[in-house]
Structure formats: C-alpha cells, structure tokens
Design a binder for this molecule. Structure first.
Ligand code: ADP
Ligand code: MG
Length: 721
C-alpha cells in the first residue's frame, strides 16, 4: 500500500475498511518480511544473530541490505537513515538517498551492507559532555539488529546505537542494551536456583504515554508553548479538573479521529498500541501498547512520540509532551511498567502456582526492593530533567522521593516471611510452607485491588510500575538504571547464597535466610501511604531516603562512588561516560531554563506590559471624562478605577524590576565556567525570578480587559469542543 494514498484516506475517513491484522507491521522489516525478501541462508543467519546476540558477517550484511532496499523501495522509500537517540532526548536522523553513480552519467539505487551496518555522523554536533574535546569529533552509529528497520515518511529508518570514535556511548540505546544484558546475566544465575534450564532473563517494558492536545491555532498564538512546550503564564481557569469529569470520560469526536489515525499509523509501524483514554486533566489523554521486550518497546515509544506530533498536525492539533504544560492541573508522565521474565516463560514478578514458584517470586521482588532502596537517589536522578522538575516536588504533584508501594497483601506476606521461624523452612515441600503463605500467594494477589496512585514506584500484581518517568523523556534513562541496579543486587544475592550453600546450608533455606535479611534491611523504601502528604516528606527524611529537590543537585547521584561502582561492575557505563553524561544533563538543564527565561522576559515586556498600560490609560481617560462631566463627584464615582490603576501600576513595576533582576541573574550565571555550578545558579536564581514574574502577570490577566489580552487563556486552551 502506498503511503500517501493511505494517509489521505486515514484523515478523511474515520473508519478505514481494512482491519488491523491486514496492515499491522506492513512498514516494518520484521521476521515475516525478512523471510520473504532474504535468501533462506541469510534469513537463518540473521535470525540466529538476533536471537543469540551474535555479530553478523559482511556477506550477510550485504545480502540483508539488498533485501531491505528492495522491500523499502517497493514501499515507496527514497531515502535511508540511521535512526538513533542522542542525549538531547528525542531521535536523530540524517537522510541519504539510495543513489550511487552508475558510471555512465546516471544513477542506480544502491544500498550496501557497509552503509547498513555503520555510519559516521559528526559527533561534535550532538551533546557529548566534553568527550569530543578529549578525543575525536567523529562518532559511529551502528545497526542494532535486535530492533527491526521501518519506513517512516518514505525513509527507511535503521535503529542504531551512537558512540564516540573511542567507543563511549553518546546515546541512550547503548547503555540500555548493556543493562539488558547485565540483568539477563545476573537474573539467569538466580533464576537457575529455581529452574536450572533457564538460559535468559528478558526485561519487558509497557509504557503508558500521557499527553495533552491543544488546538493548533491557539497553540500558535502562544509563543511560550511554541518555544518551550509549556505555558509560562496563564491564570487558572474557573473550571479545570475539580469535577473529575474528564478521566475516562467520553472522548471528543475530533480527538477520537486523531486517536484512530494515530493508532493506524502505529499499527502499520508495528507499535502494538492497545489502550486509549482521557486522563485526569482537561485535554489530557493517554495511550498504551501491549508490553514488549524492553529495547523494542523503547524504540516504539520514541517512534510514537514523533509520529504523534505529525498526526496531530494533520488534525489541527498540537501534542504537548511536556511534563507540566499548565500550572494548577495535573502534569503528564510516562508510567514504565517493568518486569523480568525467563526464556522458559516464567514471569518473575508473578506469583506462581507452587511454593517454589512463589519463593522465586518473593526472591525477585525482594531483590528489586533492595536495589531500589540502595539506589533511590540515582533512580530519582534518572527521571529528573528541567521539564519533569515541574511535575515532581512541585506544589500539586508527587514528591521528589522514591519509595515502593507493595499493597497490603504483599506487605503481609513480606511481614510473615520476615517473622517466621527459620527451622520450619528446611523443606519447602513440607506442610510448614503453608504457614509461610508461600502457597497462597496467587490467590491473595489475584483479587488484590489496592492501587496507590501517589507512589512513584508501585508493585501492580505482576510488574513494577515506575510512574515518576517524565512524559517527554526517553524511558531508557530510567530503565537502564533500574536494570543495572537490579543486576548488581542479583549478583550480590547469588554470591551470598553460594557462600551459604558452600558452608553446607540447604539451598531453599539459604534463599529464605537471605530474603529475610533483605526484607529487614530494606524497610525504608517500602511506603504504602499517601505519597503526596507533607508527613511523608518528613518521614522519608527520617528514613534516610534522598529528599533533594533541586534538579542540578539530584544529578550528583550519577557520580556517587556507589553509582560508579554499580555501573562499572555491571559494565553498563564507565566513569568517564558518567562524567560526560552529567555534563550534558547540567547543560541541557541550563539551556532549557535559559530559553524559558528569555521567552518570559520578551512576553512580559513586549506583550503584557504594553497591553496593561493601554488598559490603564483607558481607565485614566474614563476618569478624566467623568471629572469633566461630574466635577468633584467624579472622585467618588471613579474610586473603583482608581484602585485598579494603582494595582496595575504596582504589578507592572514589579514585573519590570523582576525582569531586570532575571536578566542580571542570567548574566551572572552565564559567566560561570562549570556546567554544574551554572545549572545550580539557574535553579537558585533564575527559576524563582520567573515564578514571581508569572505571579504578577497572572494577576494582571484577571484585571485587564479580556478583549485586548494578547494570549489565549487557559479556559480556551484547555477545552476542546
Ligand atoms: P493501568 O492504567 O491500569 O496501569 P494500562 O492497561 O493502561 O494499565 O497499562 C498497563 C501497561 O502495562 C500496558 O502497556 C501493559 O501491556 C503493561 N503490562 C502488563 N503486564 C506487564 C508485565 N508483566 N510487564 C510489563 N508490562 C506489563
Ligand atoms: Mg498503569
């Protein structure tokens, strides 16, 4: 099916004739397509390389490239690109046409294995945290054979990793893949305690993507939305989410048409989106796929975010992926549903049917709790950004503290395990196992209904849901920390069990002893109460959990000795890589705030002040006229106007002073050499000035004549009709 013809249809017809099974994955070079377009021996070699994580030979690469090109051209592709996720967030592409000289003055369409496997984009144009200064400017992008190529807008996209000339990662995929391997290795060793046949442990991710939609014309009239993705000013609308009438409500038909178009696009690209609904805030929505192997799931999320933007524009909407586009109503996150499973089909966070399965379940759950506890500050750093900072730790949002919610049933099981008598545990097949509750776990968890929306990291029956991830983030940032931390913990667990067993302890007994120790030692991270409450902040501090709220300081967690040790032992990131990546984090933080501050300054001085002045002089004119007509009586009559004039003056002069202060604060911060110190200065001096300016602008919005107010207001932006 040709892309353009299909797209026209999708936009104009709300119910396409074809069913999803007819077009699902048609733009993906998946197994079925490979089988069709590759010679049998090449297909077998490629599948073997994918499944067993092996490199492919040059011959195979050439043959794959040729089949891929033929398929892509038949599907309307004219260009190809290596598709990667640099540290800026988002994705990067550089398109090349499939043409080569034919030696006779014309061209042939060509695509070699060499071009498929590796390219050399200039790394100095991407954030690299100083790696380019010490080494070479060149970078490599290299084909990730585990994520299939796809066609997007007539371009064949080849998922790749992006590394520096000397091998340091300059992207998210490289360390994500390494972390997937680390947790595979460490998890397999532990899973073999329960099933010696296990060969691999697989990480899974099911993301739930929240977003806002705004009418295109209103979006264009808000320079702050256009340039920063969020409203830098705007008074709350009289109605927002207080009636809670939006969540799961009927989807407006315009939005439904957008969603259907998006779903069709996703399905053609092999993204298994399944769920869609309204979210809590007005104009806020969510979509979620069926979970997949983590690397693929993450590529699919990145792809979704770019496809979403494009589809929205065809429906005269703009998608806001910013974590906090509007003050005073909920922000957007990306819940990362994470789990581990074995190649033998066991889901490691699912309670099983036998006590042995349940001991495995408890083992993995408790190890996750230990890993999250040990690295809670780092996990927070992994989801922190200038944009997500507005959602976490701000006024109406979850705190910037990582804790785990287990629900009361699992909590009870952990309690009873902790307090049970060791001597009962020598043989799990004996009746004593029942007193531990290990046999009954499936039953109790199945009907477990307690859900805690205020927890950043919740156990939800067969998986953990990391909810603190930002809606615009690359989930890999959080997932690679989680995988690595769990891998480190599992290695530690395995070592301890091995020691106990070598000292003569029976295996199950050793496991239970260690599980019990971990439950005791990691109580601090377990919190089932209201995460939004002030009491929790105090309690968390008492427990020693990381309570830092300043984003630039939160990033320090990446450089703690315990972090460096964890990443080096799991071979996910080296110390130089960690330093380089943090430089980028601080720099990105500064740049984002800098842009916001500039936009806010401009809007304040060029849009708001002139309009407020104009309105003020209307009031003054009115007073003069009243005086002409009514003489002294006018003073009483114009009392109200007088008050407004004074208030407007006062807001305007504060705004002017604060804008000057903010510019000064920026100048001072810009002069700082260290990226870390600069980011701290932006956080401590520029951000508070911006908040104050906003406060006074929002007050003016309530006073100035609605007809001349220069920006669309919240009540217009937030209610799609
Ligand atoms: P809810 O909003 O109730 O949390 P959703 O249905 O919106 O649930 O999304 C749940 C997400 O979790 C989906 O992407 C789903 O595929 C995914 N998921 C379900 N089970 C697992 C699992 N074992 N591992 C990882 N993800 C899972
Ligand atoms: Mg969920």
């Amino acid at each position: 099916m040709v892309e353009e013809a299909f797209d026209r249809k999708a936009v104009s017809v709300s119910t396409p004739a074809e069913r999803p099974n007819q077009y699902y994955g048609e733009l993906v070079f998946n197994r079925g397509t490979m089988f069709k377009y590759l010679p049998a021996d090449i297909y077998t070699a490629l599948v073997d390389a994918i499944e067993n994580k092996k490199p492919i030979s040059r011959n195979v690469a050439d043959a794959v490239a040729s089949g891929m090109r033929q398929w892509a051209i038949e599907h309307g592709a004219r260009h190809y690109t290596h598709w990667f996720a640099p540290l800026t967030g988002g994705t990067a592409e550089k398109h090349d046409a499939f043409i080569e000289h034919d030696g006779k003055g014309g061209v042939i369409e060509e695509f070699s294995g060499k071009l498929l496997v590796q390219q050399e984009p200039d790394a100095s144009s991407f954030p690299n945290g100083g790696i380019r200064n010490t080494f070479e400017a060149r970078g490599y992008s290299a084909w990730d054979i585990s994520s299939p190529a796809f066609i997007l807008d007539q371009t064949l996209c080849i998922p790749t990793i992006f590394i520096s000339y000397t091998g340091e990662s300059l992207d998210y995929k490289t360390p994500l893949l390494r972390s997937i391997n680390a947790v595979d290795k460490a998890g397999t060793a532990v899973a073999r305690f329960f099933d010696p046949e296990v060969k691999h442990v697989i990480s899974y991710l099911g993301w739930e993507q929240e977003y806002f939609l705004v009418d295109e014309s209103l979006f264009s009239a808000r320079p702050d939305l256009v340039m920063t993705g969020r409203t830098l000013m705007g008074h709350e609308s009289a109605k927002n989410q207080q009636l809670e009438d939006h969540y799961f409500g009927a989807i407006p038909s315009r939005v439904e048409a957008f969603m259907l178009d998006l779903e069709i696009r996703c399905h053609r690209l092999g993204i298994p989106v399944k769920t869609r609904h309204n979210e809590v805030a007005p104009n806020q929505f969510e979509c979620a796929p069926i979970f997949e192997e983590m690397n693929l799931a993450n590529d699919h999320n990145l792809l979704l975010m770019s496809v979403m933007n494009e589809v929205a524009r065809r429906h005269n909407f703009r998608v806001l992926l910013h974590e906090k586009p509007f003050q005073g109503i909920n922000g957007s996150g990306k819940h990362n549903n994470w789990s581990l499973g074995t190649d033998r089909g066991a889901m490691l966070f699912s309670p099983g049917r036998t006590p042995k399965d349940n001991l495995q379940f408890i083992t993995f759950v408790v190890n996750v709790m230990a890993a999250v506890n040990r690295h809670n500050a780092l996990l927070k750093a992994s989801i922190m950004s200038a944009t997500n900072a507005h959602r976490l730790g701000a006024n109406e949002a979850p705190p910037a503290i990582i804790s785990i919610f287990t629900g009361s049933h699992l909590a009870k099981i952990l309690d009873s395990l902790e307090n049970s008598d060791t001597t009962d545990l020598t043989d799990l097949k004996k009746k004593s196992e029942y007193s531990l509750g290990l046999a009954q776990i499936p039953e109790i968890l199945m009907d477990s209904t307690d859900r805690n929306r205020t927890s950043p990291f919740a156990f939800t029956g067969n998986r953990f849901e990391f909810r603190a991830v930002g809606s615009s983030a690359n989930s890999a940032s959080a997932m690679l920390v989680l995988n690595s931390a769990v891998a480190e913990q599992l290695v530690d667990f395995k070592n301890r069990i091995d020691v106990m067993v070598s000292e003569g302890k029976e295996l199950n007994d050793a496991i239970l002893t260690e599980v019990r120790r971990l439950i005791k030692e990691n109580k601090a991270i377990h919190f089932d109460g209201n995460g939004y409450s002030d009491e929790w902040k105090e309690e968390a501090a008492r427990r020693g959990l990381d309570c830092e709220t300043s984003a630039p300081l939160i990033f320090d967690a990446y450089l703690r000795p315990s972090t460096v040790k964890m990443f080096e032992s799991t071979e996910v990131l080296s110390e130089p890589e960690l330093h380089a990546r943090n430089e980028v984090k601080w720099e990105m933080y500064t740049k984002k705030i800098q842009i916001e501050a500039r936009v806010l300054g401009d809007l304040a001085l060029n849009h708001i002040i002139p309009v407020a002045t104009r309105y003020q002089s209307t009031l003054l004119d009115n007073m003069v006229k009243l005086k002409e007509l009514f003489g002294e009586r006018a003073i009483e009559m114009a009392k109200c106007d007088m008050e407004s004039i004074e208030k407007i003056s006062s807001h305007m002069s504060i705004i002017k002073t604060k804008v000057t202060d903010m510019v000064e604060a920026r100048k001072k911060a810009n002069a700082i050499e260290s990226e870390r110190e600069k980011a701290i200065a932006y956080h401590d001096t520029v951000v508070p000035a911006m908040e104050e300016i906003r406060y006074h602008i929002d007050k003016l919005e309530l006073m100035v004549d609605n007809e001349i107010w220069p920006l669309p207001k919240y009540r217009e932006l937030l209610f799609i009709r």
